[in-house]
Each structure stands twice: as C-alpha cells, then as structure tokens.
Design a protein around this ligand. Structure first.
Ligand SMILES: Cc1cc2nc3c(=O)[nH]c(=O)nc-3n(C[C@H](O)[C@H](O)[C@H](O)COP(=O)(O)OP(=O)(O)OC[C@H]3O[C@@H](n4cnc5c(N)ncnc54)[C@H](O)[C@@H]3O)c2cc1C
Length: 418
C-alpha cells in the first residue's frame, strides 16, 4: 500500500479544547502543525458544560473577536453570573461571581453543550499553518533520533507523519500518555462523572447560577444542575472513584434517586424530561504534581491530568495548558532542543508556576469536603453574614483569599465572628 509521508514541526493528537488551544497559539507563532482527531466534528463530550473565566481568557487571547462572538450569542452560550452551593444540610448559598457588577460587566462564565463549544473551537483551527485530519485512526507512535513518527489511516490512505515533538491532547484515555508515561507516573486520582440532559427543570436562578449540591452520600463529590441555553439543563454527578469502590455505589441509581427523592431537588424535576441517554466519563484530577513532558513529547488537558480537583473544571485548564504548550514549543524550536530537560523548564515548570497554587488549594478543599459538618458550618454562617458571603464571592477571582479556605484560622475566625 502507498504510504504518504509528511514532515511537520508539531503533531497534535486530539482536537478537543487542549488540542485546539495548542493549535491556536502555534498558528499565532507561524509554526506548522498537523492535528489528528479520531472523531468527526461536531462531536459530543460528556461534561457539565460549564465554562469558567479561564476558558474565556484563553479564547480572548487567541482572538478577541471569537470571545465577542460567544458573548453575543446567548442562544448558544448562556452567560452565568454565579454559583449556588447547597450544603449537606440542604441550606443554599448564592455566590455571585461579580458582586459589584454594572451594566457593562460581562458575565465571567457561560454554559454551552460541548457539542457546540468544541465545534466552535474546531472551526477556528484551520489556518495556513494547521493541517487537520479528522476521522483518523492512529495506529502507532514511534520515536527515534529526536523525531516522533505517527502512523495513521485517513479515508483509506495510510500516512506516516514525523515531527520533532508530539502533543498529547487526546483526553482522559490518552494514547500519548500511555506510550510515554505509563510506568513512570503516580497513579491517577480519578473521579467518575455522569451527565444527563433535561428539559423543563424548574427553579433555575434568573442569572443562570450554576448549582452544586453537596449531598451527604456523595461527599467529597456533588450533584450539579447547570442551566443551558434553550431551557435545557445539564444535570450530573461527580464522585471520587475510590469512594465508588469503597461504598460499592451505583452512581446512576444514586443520581436518579436524588432527582426523585431529595426534598430540595425532586419537586424541581416534577415536570422535567430526560432528553438524552445518561452517559459517564472519567475525570483525571490534578491532585499532585506529575510529569507533563519528556523527550519529544508534551501532554495537555486531561491527558496531563489537569482537572481542578475541587470544581471538576477541566476545559479552561485544557485550553490554558494548550496555550502554554505552544509557547514552550516555540522556545524549544528556537533552541532546537526538544529534550526532557528543556521541555520540563519551558513547559512543566511554567504550567505549575501559573496553575500549581490554585490546583493545590483545590486539592485541599476537596479533602476538606469530606466533612459535612464543616460545610454546613460555613454555609450556615455565610447565610447570616453578608460580609462572609462577599469574602467567599471574591474567592472565585482572588487566589490568596481562596487559600484562606484551606487554613484552620479561617474557620476559627468565622466561629468567633471576626
Ligand atoms: C462528567 C464530567 C463533567 C465535567 N464537567 C465539566 C465542566 O462543567 N466544566 C469543565 O470545565 N470541565 C468539566 N469536565 C472536564 C472536561 O470535560 C475535560 O477536562 C475537558 O474535556 C478536557 O479537554 P481535553 O481537550 O483535554 O480532552 P477532550 O475534551 O476529551 O478531547 C480529547 C480529544 O482527543 C480525541 N482523541 C482521543 N484519543 C484519540 C486518538 N487515539 N487519536 C486521535 N484523537 C483522539 C477525542 O476524540 C477528543 O476529541 C467534566 C468532565 C466529566 C467527565
């Protein structure tokens, strides 16, 4: 069989947010790259569909017109102005993202089905520097003499694509990660999530607050209800895999039981209809520092286990790590050095410098969430204290403030109303 051979500067496996983020910023630097994606877009991805300010930040950096397009299309991208925490005791606490919002303030976050978001990003990728093969299957990744070669089939044609560096943007079950890191890395900290699309859920917040219900039986995980455009809602549960194993939990049953029986939740689903089948997927959480690169490879997004361990947010970190990967590749290309030592400095160290602190705080918060009494205590106090509510609100944008949450002094101060 005829084999088509292609030489390029970068091979990206996967065209989700991590792959798209890498591609946008390689294009900005004028670096040629090939993106190989096994699905054909538009394609679905099991997710809560909530996008934070970090997602908006990276899209804006890639091209401010793209963010304007998103913010101007509420039919597809629903602006969200805050978050409702429901404590294990059932008490709800509304925390606006922008407590001092004016008419000009743009919503810091938005929700949109991944089918729409990922397709939006995918359609922004084509450029003179970017060649995309979708519906392609990668058979083998080989590396030798400072070069990586990928063999793949696309529309009946066999390709052999070579580059000095490969970017693993291929999600939770990353084949790039498996090839390069399997034996060298700490076991993944995993959560498992289920997603269900409902129409007709009542009692959603007027400002489209996303809702996290910390039900006692799911701690440190939660059930979420996220309003979506067109009267839909993304409803799901996320819970640590070790807890599922320990307690032998049937996640689907537990979610449906809460929807049917929880006194706060059930009445809101009285007239709601499940619009699609319930689907599950894994969440590789960033609980501790791990290697993100090595000789001639870089991992991004879920392939790099960069999901926030408290919120479960991974889209923003996928885009952000893609952006940092592109910058690291630019440096490596200039130095003509794709060695593990160079990429560690140019990529791993930068990722952890920018995201490390926030991930560490989130890991601590996730551990604290095991204690329902602590959660109830903070929410009870915040319920009565506008200034504490304001402090928690600011924690969404101020990492130093969020850090307080992981310190005992914070709880002592609340206890004594300081
Ligand atoms: C239940 C659940 C709820 C979640 N909720 C949220 C949320 O509300 N907000 C949030 O920010 N994050 C959420 N996340 C996390 C978020 O979905 C991920 O962090 C995010 O999708 C990571 O993006 P990625 O580009 O790294 O991977 P993906 O989005 O998984 O994209 C990987 C791409 O690689 C392709 N691919 C895989 N293998 C190959 C291969 N061998 N060859 C070629 N292509 C390949 C796939 O087809 C896919 O297109 C949730 C996750 C789950 C499971």
């Amino acid at each position: 069989m005829d084999i088509r051979k292609i030489q390029t500067s970068v091979i990206i496996i996967g065209a989700g947010p991590a792959g798209a983020g890498t591609s946008f910023f390689l294009t900005k630097e004028g670096i040629p790259h090939v993106v190989i994606e096994k699905e054909v877009f538009p394609r679905d991805k099991v997710c809560g569909d909530a996008c934070s300010g970090k997602t908006a930040l990276v899209i804006n950096r890639a091209n401010p017109e793209w963010l304007a397009e998103i913010l101007g299309n509420e039919q597809s991208f629903l602006p969200s102005w805050g978050i409702t925490f429901v404590a294990p005791n059932g008490k709800a606490l509304d925390i606006p993202f922008s407590p001092n919002r004016t008419k000009e303030t743009k919503a810091p976050g938005f929700t949109t089905p991944r089918l729409i978001l990922d397709n939006f990003l995918f359609n922004k990728m084509p450029s003179p520097y970017c060649t995309i093969y979708q519906g392609a299957s990668v058979a083998i990744i080989n590396d030798s003499d400072g070069s990586v070669t990928v063999q793949m089939m696309h529309e009946g044609v066999q390709y052999e694509i070579s580059a000095p560096v490969i970017v693993g943007a291929d999600g939770d079950k990353s084949m790039v990660r498996k090839k390069y890191l399997n034996e060298h890395t700490a076991p993944k900290t995993y959560a498992v999530g289920l997603r269900a699309y409902y129409e007709g859920v009542s009692g959603l917040h007027n400002d489209n607050f996303i809702e996290l219900h910390f039900l006692p039986e799911m701690l440190p995980g939660y059930l979420w209800i996220f309003p979506l455009p067109n009267g839909m809602a993304n409803v799901g549960v996320g819970i640590l895999s070790e807890r599922i194993r320990e307690k032998k939990i049937n996640l689907r049953e537990q979610m449906l039981y809460a929807i049917k029986n929880n006194p706060q939740i059930a009445p809101r689903f009285a007239n709601a209809k499940l619009a699609d089948k319930i689907q599950g997927w894994g969440l590789p959480l960033a609980m501790e520092r791990q290697p993100l690169s090595g000789n001639n490879f870089i991992l991004t997004g879920d392939a790099a286990c960069l999901i926030d361990p408290f919120s479960g947010e991974g889209i923003g970190n996928a885009l952000y790590s893609g952006m940092l990967a592109a910058m690291a590749i630019k440096e490596a290309k200039t130095a003509n050095d794709f060695s593990a030592a160079f990429l560690k400095k140019a990529y791993d160290d930068v990722v952890y410098k920018r995201l490390g602190e926030e991930l560490k705080i989130s890991a601590t918060l996730q551990r604290l969430c095991k204690y329902p009494w602590l959660f109830n205590f903070v929410v009870n106090k915040a319920y009565k204290s506008p200034s504490l509510r304001n402090t928690i609100s600011c924690m969404f944008t101020d990492m130093d403030l969020r850090d307080q949450l992981s310190k005992p002094s914070f709880y002592l101060k609340i206890l004594f109303n300081k």
